[in-house]
Design a protein around this ligand. Sequence first.
Ligand code: ZN
Ligand code: FE
Length: 249
Amino acid sequence: MALSVRQFPCLSDNYGFLIRDEASGLVACVDTPDAEAIERELAAAGWTLSMVLNTHWHPDHAGGNAVLKARTGAEVVGPQEVERIAAPDRVVAHGDVVTLGETRLDVLDTGGHTLGHVSYFDAADQIAFVGDTLFALGCGRLFEGTARQMWDSLQRIAALPGPTTVYCAHEYTASNARFALSVDSSPDLKARTEAIFEARARGEPTVPTTISLELATNPFLRAPLLRPDLSDPSEAFRAVRAAKDSFVG
Ligand code: ZN
Ligand code: FE
């Protein structure tokens, strides 16, 4: 594989990601939940940071930008909205390409959780970093965007190749699983949730996931099937999202 990924826990339930283009040795981090944790991970790997890739402006994703930039000189790349925290050195939007050595990352508009949220997709390695848009068995809350915008964003992610490894920014899977079981009785979901509860009991991460796995079991991607009474897929999605927002379980 041309791109190595190191995933590590940050804050209470975020994941940090360091990525290294093996051909050039260039290293980036995806989001900056915790500058100290990222610096510890860089030191443990013996890697030098040259780029920060932000998915969206929330402090648990861009809050470490300034410290990391000051300490490493890394170029900060992200959507315009990140200026709410600190102006990026390079603003990217849907259709742009970011290169890290020989690795090419396509920028996808995945707005909805925040209006300007983006994801990064390495087609050659079939790896995607989706921030707070798609989670294992879940999706981000609609803090800024509409249900239609988020549904369109989720469809953009769902259209990536099935084997694509999907790195989500939070370990929310056990609580997502409890909600999923309340709205969907599919055998695939049942089997997956059992594996998830066992993994979490052992303290193991449930991230990354894959597009195929989410298409088969994620209740937000399956919303039109779960709500056949609603003919507009984005309305079905809205209904499932609203159910999750008020779910106590
Ligand atoms: Zn967020
Ligand atoms: Fe977040």
